[in-house]
Every structure is written in structure tokens, then in C-alpha cells.
Design a protein around this ligand. Structure first.
Ligand SMILES: NC(=O)c1ccc[n+]([C@@H]2O[C@H](COP(=O)([O-])OP(=O)(O)OC[C@H]3O[C@@H](n4cnc5c(N)ncnc54)[C@H](O)[C@@H]3O)[C@@H](O)[C@H]2O)c1
Length: 314
């Protein structure tokens, strides 16, 4: 019988972030179980891992309970782009809330350590800038984005209550905009949208006047941060912000992508969607101090790798 380091369950493992996490943990010789309902994820993202002795794929909807042995759980299952999470908002809330209850119950039962992929959307349209972990956020409870934002906020609450009430060993990271290969080409997220439009020589759609800012973290940096958090000290349960603090306006991003793809695309401006935050920038001093983590991949390098990926699929 082969012996692997740890048994690691990754929910949402066939998605964009999850599949890169699978890659890293399989490479590190862990016994990885990827669980996904393939709503936004795809088998293509993890098909290269299917023959490996330390990788297993299971189709399962997290809204239903499941019993599996695991030492660690990374809970990533949840559609992450507005187009997808607004497709069935009730299901989005169920995935965040019931999915967290199911995974926390499992973690409690098998004594696994569990990490929640939370989000910068916790901060809503922030009244402070940049956002630190102690900022409570400015979130609309009844808007179109609320199914995602409030679902994720409730998930954080559940993680902390399971920790206080049942001593479950938790970790919570708040992920800011992350990009890279295997992003869904039609999910309307800004980086994938702009790249696909540029490669097709279509006009790039900028919402508002493009002065709203975002910070973009390359996926390999994010995976490193998540793994460091999981392996960090037990008293560092979070929440901890993970993201790239370098800020760019949406217009700057569009111009960079047009330049890097050598596209003939122009830019077209459209009205801002409801509750779209105007500024988003993480304060990552906690992650720097406690995890010795910060992003290392420059936007231009990350964009080049992402563009290469999209050239292969567009
Ligand atoms: N990418 C980002 O910029 C970002 C930012 C903040 C937070 N996050 C969080 O990170 C996680 C992964 O995001 P991503 O960008 O990889 O998105 P993604 O949509 O590519 O991945 C989500 C995965 O979860 C699966 N899933 C959805 N509902 C499920 C259910 N009910 N049961 C089982 N599987 C289900 C999907 O099929 C998909 O594979 C999400 O929880 C998201 O909220 C991502």
C-alpha cells in the first residue's frame, strides 16, 4: 500500500482555484480527493490528474451531506462570478450555508482541519480603503449580489461558531480578485472577459468610466497563501486577507490586455451594474506578518500566462 502525506478533501476542486490547489497538493504527494458538482468547474481542469494514484474525483453536490475520511478540508465550492452565482441565487446561498454546515459537521466528526475560501465581497462596497480584516463591511442584504455576499458572510459565522462551540480547527481566508489559466471563459469576470474580447478582436466592455480600481492576484500566489494558512499555527484562524495590494484601474487593465494580445479591439463603455464596488484593495499586513506571504508574480507576467491559456481555448 502506498503511503501519502495527508488525506486532503477539496470541495470545488474542479473549478479555477480548486484545480490549481489540486495540482499543488498532488505534487506534494498528498492523497487528494476532489469533490465537485461541475456547475462552474469542469473535468477538463483536472483531467491531467485523473491517472495519478494520489488523486480521486467525486461528483457530489455539497448541499447534501457526505461522510469521508480526511485530515484537511479546503472548502471552495461556490460559484464565484456574478453571472454564475446569480443564475440560481437560492442555490448559491444553499451552497455557502448548507455546504459549510455539511463540511464543518464532517470536520467535527473526523477531526479534520478546515479552511474556508471566503471573499473580499464580505466588505461589500467598502467605506474604508484599503480593507483590513477588522473592517465589518458595507453590504446590501437584499441586492442581486447578496446571495453571494451574505452566503459567504454566514459561512464565516458558521466557521467561527463551530470553532467556539465544537472546537473545530478552522482557518478563514478572504480572497481578493484572483486570475489565471482555467478561469471560465464566459463568467463575465473582468480579466477573462477582457482577454477573450481582445483575442476575438471584439470591443472591450468597460462598466462605468473605468476609473474604479481592482487589485489582481495571480493564482499561483493565491494557492501558496492558502496552503500557508492551512499549515500555519492553530491560533491563526483568521480571517486573513489574501490578495495583491497593487491597484489598477479597470481602464488601465483593459489597455494592458489590448497591448499584450496585440489586439485591434477598442473600448466600449456601459453603465455600472448594481452594487459594483468602486474600490477594492486588500491590506495584507496580517498575511505578511503571520504567514510571511505576499504575491510575487507581476501583473504583466500573470497576464501573459493567462493569455497563453486563453489562446488555446478561444
Ligand atoms: N477567483 C476569485 O477571484 C475569488 C475571489 C474570492 C473568493 N473566491 C472563492 O474561491 C472559491 C473558488 O472560486 P473560483 O474562482 O475557483 O470559482 P469556480 O466557479 O471556478 O469554482 C467553484 C467550484 O465549486 C463548484 N461548485 C459550485 N457549487 C457546488 C455545489 N453545490 N457542490 C459542489 N461543488 C460546487 C463548481 O462546479 C466549481 O468547480 C469560491 O468559494 C469563491 O467564492 C474566489
Amino acid at each position: 500500500m502506498q503511503h501519502f502525506q495527508k488525506r486532503i478533501l477539496i470541495t470545488g476542486g474542479a473549478g479555477f482555484l480548486g484545480s490549481h490547489l489540486c495540482d499543488r497538493l498532488v505534487e506534494e504527494d498528498h492523497d487528494v480527493l476532489c469533490l465537485d458538482n461541475f456547475f462552474t468547474g469542469s473535468k477538463r481542469n483536472i483531467s491531467h490528474l485523473l491517472g495519478k494514484p494520489n488523486f480521486e474525483l467525486m461528483r457530489h453536490d455539497l448541499v447534501q451531506p457526505i461522510f469521508i475520511e480526511a485530515d484537511e478540508i479546503y472548502n471552495l465550492a461556490c460559484p464565484a462570478s456574478p453571472i454564475h452565482y446569480q443564475y440560481n441565487p437560492v442555490k448559491t446561498v444553499k451552497t455557502s450555508v448548507m455546504g459549510s454546515i455539511n463540511m464543518l459537521g464532517l470536520a467535527k466528526r473526523v477531526k479534520a482541519k478546515i479552511l474556508q475560501a471566503s471573499t473580499s465581497e464580505i466588505y461589500g462596497n467598502p467605506a474604508v480603503h484599503p480593507q483590513k480584516e477588522d473592517y465589518w463591511g458595507n453590504v446590501n442584504t437584499i441586492g442581486l449580489r447578496s446571495c453571494y455576499d451574505e452566503g459567504k458572510r454566514c459561512a464565516e459565522t458558521l466557521f467561527f461558531d463551530y470553532h467556539r462551540q465544537n472546537r473545530v480547527n478552522i482557518r478563514v481566508v478572504r480572497i481578493f480578485n484572483t486570475y489565471g489559466p482555467r478561469m471560465h471563459p464566459n463568467d463575465g469576470r473582468v480579466v477573462s472577459n477582457f482577454i477573450v474580447q481582445s483575442l476575438n478582436n471584439q470591443k472591450i466592455t468597460v462598466y462605468g468610466d473605468g476609473s474604479q480600481s481592482r487589485s489582481f492576484c495571480y493564482v499561483d500566489d493565491m494557492v501558496e497563501g492558502m496552503i500557508r494558512m492551512m499549515n500555519g499555527p492553530d491560533d491563526l484562524i483568521g480571517p486573513v486577507n489574501l490578495g495583491n495590494p497593487d491597484e489598477f484601474s479597470i481602464l488601465e487593465l483593459a489597455e494592458r490586455i489590448i497591448e499584450l494580445t496585440g489586439s485591434k479591439s477598442g473600448i466600449i463603455f456601459k453603465p455600472l451594474p448594481q452594487d459594483d464596488p468602486l474600490q477594492r484593495k486588500p491590506d495584507i499586513s496580517l498575511a505578511r506578518k503571520k504567514l510571511d506571504w505576499e504575491p510575487t508574480i507581476k501583473l504583466e507576467d500573470g497576464l501573459k500566462r493567462t493569455i497563453e491559456y486563453f489562446k488555446g481555448i478561444v
